[in-house]
Design a protein around this ligand. Structure first.
Ligand code: C2E
Ligand code: CA
Ligand code: CA
Ligand code: CA
Length: 279
């Protein structure tokens, strides 16, 4: 038994070391990246289902690393969460998104909102609500122009604490949006006690609505449920005209996805606003 144990240890040790080393390198990269200004935000437009009116943007984080090249968020956000670096990075994101909202307001387009993703770690951190307030004040925008996207994973730690913080944000005047709706474990239990105004239906549901009648019924039920609770519905990851047509028939309030646009660099997003009917 000892021998087998040893053999196992020998087998795993180099892999573990390699993994921690990679993590350290990446963590240092993240820290330096923040100092060097390697992060940027892209903005993906949201339209009404007719595609006529530009309603808002979702801010999506990008990291253009000097050492690692372009890194998609799925590759570095989990590590930023583990190491706590998501706190300063998230603060930068929020500040930057508020400044973008300010540019829209200066164009007379304050009705176009900007949605920002936040991690559970950010919400539980002391001072998060104060940070949000000061970013909004510093940018001189109306809190209602900012939407904060949360996921159901914020309830894993403490439901009461999460609801308390969310209520404080709601009182500030920001709009709360429940992201990836339906993929969590407890959506329906918490939904009625959450101060959210928006539900985002996850792409995984949208993918199948054309091919799978049952999945279409699920999405239809989500939209009706949300509307009955007085919420606004966003479908994300909408890629085709067929999906768009169905979602329009089901009276989905907003559409986000490649069918209209991929996430855009800030300047391209501003140009889009200049060129489109919106508000
Ligand atoms: P998410 O919040 O669910 O964001 C939607 C993702 O779907 C984005 O990927 C977006 O580019 C992509 N997407 C939008 N429309 C389509 C479509 O029609 N087809 C396909 N195939 N994809 C589409 P992205 O930008 O890579 O972001 C991935 C995830 O990273 C986000 O998922 C979010 O959970 C996280 N994330 C991004 N930015 C931030 C941030 O600033 N803070 C935090 N905490 N998380 C972020
Ligand atoms: Ca999101
Ligand atoms: Ca989402
Ligand atoms: Ca998603």
């Amino acid at each position: 038994a000892k021998k087998a144990g040893k053999a196992c240890w020998r087998f795993y040790e180099p892999v573990l070391l390699q993994e921690t080393n990679e993590k350290m390198v990446l963590t240092n990269g993240l820290r330096r990246g923040l100092e060097r200004g390697e992060f940027l935000l892209n903005y993906q437009p949201q339209y009404d289902a007719a595609g006529k009116r530009l309603i808002g943007f979702e801010a999506l984080l990008r990291w253009n690393s000097a050492e690692h090249g372009f890194m998609p968020p799925d590759r570095f956000i989990p590590l930023a969460e583990q190491t706590g670096l998501i706190i300063p990075i998230g603060e930068w994101v929020f500040k930057e998104a508020c400044l973008f909202a300010r540019r829209l307001a200066d164009m007379g387009k304050a009705a176009i909102h900007v949605a920002v993703n936040i991690s559970p770690r950010q919400l539980v951190a002391d001072g998060f609500v104060a940070t949000v307030r000061s970013c909004i004040e510093a940018a001189g925008i109306s809190p209602g122009q900012i939407e904060i996207e949360i996921t159901e994973s914020i309830f894993i730690e403490s439901v009461e604490d999460a609801i308390f913080k969310l209520s404080q944000l709601r009182e500030l005047g920001v709009v709360l949006s429940l992201d990836d709706f339906g993929t969590g474990y407890s959506s329906l239990t918490y939904l009625k006690s959450l101060p959210v105004g928006v539900l985002k239906i996850d792409k995984s549901f949208i993918d199948e609505i054309v091919s799978d009648q049952a999945q279409l019924h699920v999405v239809g039920a989500m939209i009706n449920l949300g509307h009955n609770l007085g919420l606004s519905l966003v479908a994300e990851g909408v890629e085709t005209e067929k999906q768009l047509k169905i979602l329009s028939e089901y009276r989905c309030d907003r559409i986000q996805g490649y069918v209209f646009s991929k996430p855009l660099a800030a300047e391209a997003a501003i140009r889009l606003v200049t060129d489109s009917a919106s508000g």
